[in-house]
Design a protein around this ligand. Sequence first.
Ligand code: ATP
Ligand code: MG
Length: 432
Amino acid sequence: MFTDIGTIFAKKMEGTEVSLRGWAHRHRTSGKMVFVTMRDSTGIIQLAVKQDKVDEKSWKDANDTYVESSFMVKGNVVKDERAPGGYELQATNFELVSKGEPFPVAKDLSEEYLLDIRHLWLRSQKLTKILQIRSTVIAGIHEFFQKRGYTLFDPPIFTPNACEGGSTLFEVQYFDRKMYLTQSWQLYAEAAIFSLGKIYDVAPTFRAEKSKTSRHLAEFWMAEMEAPWMNLDDVVQVAKDEVKFLVEKVLEKHEEDLKFLGRDVEKLRKAISKPFPTVKYSEVLKILEEKEQMQVEWGKDLRTVEEERIMNHFETPIVVTHYPKEIMAFYKPVDPKNKKEALCFDMLAPEGFGEIVGGSQRSIDIKEIEEGLKKEGEKIEKYQWYLDLRKYGSVPHSGYGLGVERVVRWICGSDNIKDTIAFPRTMARFEP
Ligand code: ATP
Ligand code: MG
């Protein structure tokens, strides 16, 4: 019977004999002793292999071990204040499973090299912990929406239409014609709410982002929701609740992992300790002018630098609403109270992590949608099916998309979004 390393610490298994399977994280010999730091998916533990406590084969195997060799070990758990976690395993048997070759990952290697050997660097403590946190975030998204009675709805990935503008579309050969990889599930979600009601999904999303930033991937996962009868205020509230819920889930389960990653956990706790404010775009411009001496012309989108500067004034995420209609996608409706503004929102994370959620009420005015499509240079015929949704039992509805990697990046405090996905895809990075 094998146990895992995490269980030894969780159950304080001092004084018991255990068997473990895993890999060598570090390895050092010292006379009649071999010290191995062993890792499995649940943690790391120090092993001491003493020549006079094991048979000849075990001693040879323990000495022959490379960093990242796989092995099985049997031994007694003892308390040792100097060992990481306070326990050490004193081996009674050690058996190599695969010695392999000397491992190429050493310390202080460049970011690019670590990306080249991503298939091996995945084994690092850093990536292991981030990917475990990512798993908790995605499980949290399902839990959040399932508990609220939403239905999971999966959209197609090949699409004939654009949703977020032609410039970031990935074209693919689809038999003898061209199709695109999905930029958002939204248009299809809008068709599904008529039967399924409130729906959500977490799905791969593709955008041919040509600029190099620390928050854009070409392939990322978006958690989206769409709901009939909801207006802008309603969905903004759902988004605030969701983000708070996800951070709480991670704090509950991963406080130690966050500390290992160097995250200031208190800042994260503070970020969800108060309600997130909602601020209009035009108020943001005012704050930028008054407190940051920054002039942004009304009508210009907020760039990264403006998003960073506005967040100097908030410790929690904020929701910015009512961006200029002129620069918004075709499906975002004008505010009847001010025809220059759209009923839409972005949520910005604190500490300069930028936009994590984008959403809106959806236009149900066929004329307005057609004009928007024309302005974006789209062919209206290709959107007839979408316009049909406004012809038969149309209802007010709204939705948003949350970038999984953006949220994981903020929660973990990672410098780059590439750290939050196992095999990142950007314009410059597509292997392995
Ligand atoms: P940005 O202005 O940062 O490019 P966007 O306005 O294009 O974002 P939306 O179309 O509103 O983003 O998409 C919804 C969410 O999906 C964003 O809030 C963000 O969290 C995430 N997202 C969008 N583009 C990317 C990307 N290229 N890589 C990772 N996440 C993304
Ligand atoms: Mg974008």
